[in-house]
Design a binder for this molecule. Structure first.
Ligand SMILES: [Zn+2]
Length: 457
């Protein structure tokens, strides 16, 4: 049984992205036949990337990995004896994940005076207060709205005098995917912004909102930046059993459990009551001593029965607003497939019929698979209310909500408020209504995961 595989980007080969190869490999290999077992076992896979700096040119190269959690642990702690030698990011894909926060306060950009502070010390104190308030609110939200007990794992990598930086991962939380976390964090910040101006999104970037998109990378616990190896992410505070790891030195060995808990996409699930003794044994030997199954972003599609067994019910918090246009601006690099092969042909045909006035030419995945984009021949623009000379219109369809809006490539139209409307329910009946309305239902999760996975590339 193979445990991990790595790929690097080949220069000049635009058709291959190493991350895509990792996903393909992971999906292929997460189903593994065990000896003396007719069925197949599913093993969660993790995506991560290792960065290294070229000695002379300062050019950073990235090697992408798909790996089981087990072999990741071996690899990670065995790789370098010190945090200064470890440069790893977790890649957050399109599956379930924990709630997380990325705080960044650059004192060059967010000056003390801007927030009515005398000096950097006072600004740091305000940042600490705002951070604590936000973390508490998130813990409360999980407890009150979802009856889930979560514990923040707080990691820090400050740079005295220049930058104040923290990562927080909420152990015990489980969200439908990273965009749902982002929508929730945005809402939660708004609730607190009056009292804590540093959480106000328009004037301050302390809470980094750009991390809530598919395929973003998130530096790991006890890793440093390749370009700045002296600062690694170390534990500031966490669940009681990990407290003694706080402020440990950069060359101490790494606690495996803490490392897994600090990952965004490795979500430990409670041991299911419904597992029979025999199944439980199998699961235990497969999942390790703790007898605790995990899901990871790439795991769900191939392991619907595990999700069903443990009653996996990821939290959903997603409401489309005009601001979601930022999805298209900040979203991951578009991967045009150039055909409709990635999605159900019937569905693509129905969309093309429905938007026939716009003369669609093809349907491509957009915003990491959250949306579809229909590229159109029409230049009749509903925003400018005229026919453009050269700019074409395009349609965005939100796959989570079933809403669509007609967009346009003209610079003047780009910033205009778009009219989002509902698609007729019969078009989405099969694919999306059920996936959207029922994706808290473990049985239906696979259908959504399949839609998203197929379209991500
Ligand atoms: Zn226009």
């Amino acid at each position: 049984m193979i445990h991990s595989k790595s790929f690097v980007k080949e220069p000049g080969n635009e058709n291959s992205h190493p991350l895509r190869e990792c996903y393909d490999w992971a999906l292929e290999h997460c189903q593994q036949r065990r000896d003396n077992d007719e069925g197949t076992m599913n093993t969660p896979m993790l995506m991560f990337v290792q960065k290294s700096v070229h000695e002379h040119s300062n050019y950073v190269t990235r090697r992408y990995y798909a790996s089981t959690l087990e072999s990741f642990l071996r690899f990670y702690s065995g790789h370098g004896s010190c945090d200064t030698e470890r440069h790893f990011d977790e890649v957050v894909g399109c599956g379930p994940c924990k709630a997380f926060l990325d705080f960044d306060l650059d004192f060059g950009r967010e000056t003390p005076a801007k927030f009515g502070c005398q000096d950097i010390d006072e600004l740091c104190q305000k940042a600490e207060d705002a951070t604590s308030a936000l973390i508490s609110a998130i813990v409360e939200y999980h407890r009150h709205s979802h009856a889930v007990c979560v514990e923040p794992i707080i990691m820090k990598a400050h740079r005295p005098g220049r930058k104040w930086s923290k990562h927080v991962v909420f152990r015990g939380s489980l969200w439908h995917d990273v965009t749902h976390v982002g929508a929730y964090i945005k809402w939660q910040c708004q609730q607190l912004a009056d009292k804590y101006p540093l959480l106000e999104q328009r004037s301050c970037k302390m809470v980094d909102q750009s991390v809530y998109y598919y395929r973003r990378c998130f530096r790991m616990y006890r890793s440093s930046k390749a370009t700045e190896p002296s600062r690694s992410f170390t534990l500031e505070s966490g669940p009681a059993e990990y407290e003694w790891h706080a402020n440990e030195s950069a060359n101490r060995s790494i606690n495996d459990r803490l490392l897994i808990d600090s990952l965004i996409t490795a979500v430990p699930l409670p041991k299911p009551d419904s597992l029979t003794e025999n199944e439980s044994d199998n699961a235990a030997s497969e999942m390790g001593e703790e007898q605790q199954p995990h899901v990871t972003s790439t795991f769900l599609e191939a392991a619907p029965h595990v999700a069903a067994l443990v009653g996996l019910q990821p939290i959903q918090f997603y409401k489309l607003t005009d601001d979601d246009q930022t999805l298209s601006r900040r979203g991951p690099r578009r991967a045009d497939l150039g055909s409709n092969a990635f999605c159900d042909p019937d569905f693509a045909r129905e969309l093309q019929d429905f938007f026939s006035d716009q003369q669609p030419e093809r349907v491509v995945p957009f915003a990491g698979g959250n949306m579809l984009r229909l590229d159109c021949r029409s230049r009749q623009c509903p925003l400018a209310l005229r026919v453009h000379r050269s700019n074409h219109v395009y349609v965005l369809v939100n796959l989570l909500t079933g809403d669509y809006a007609i967009h346009c490539y003209s610079g003047a139209c780009r910033d205009q408020r778009k009219q989002w409307q509902k698609l007729p329910p019969d078009i989405f009946a099969e694919h999306l209504t059920s996936a959207r309305d029922n994706c808290s239902d473990a049985q239906l999760l696979p259908s959504l995961a399949r839609v998203v996975n197929m379209m991500e590339w």
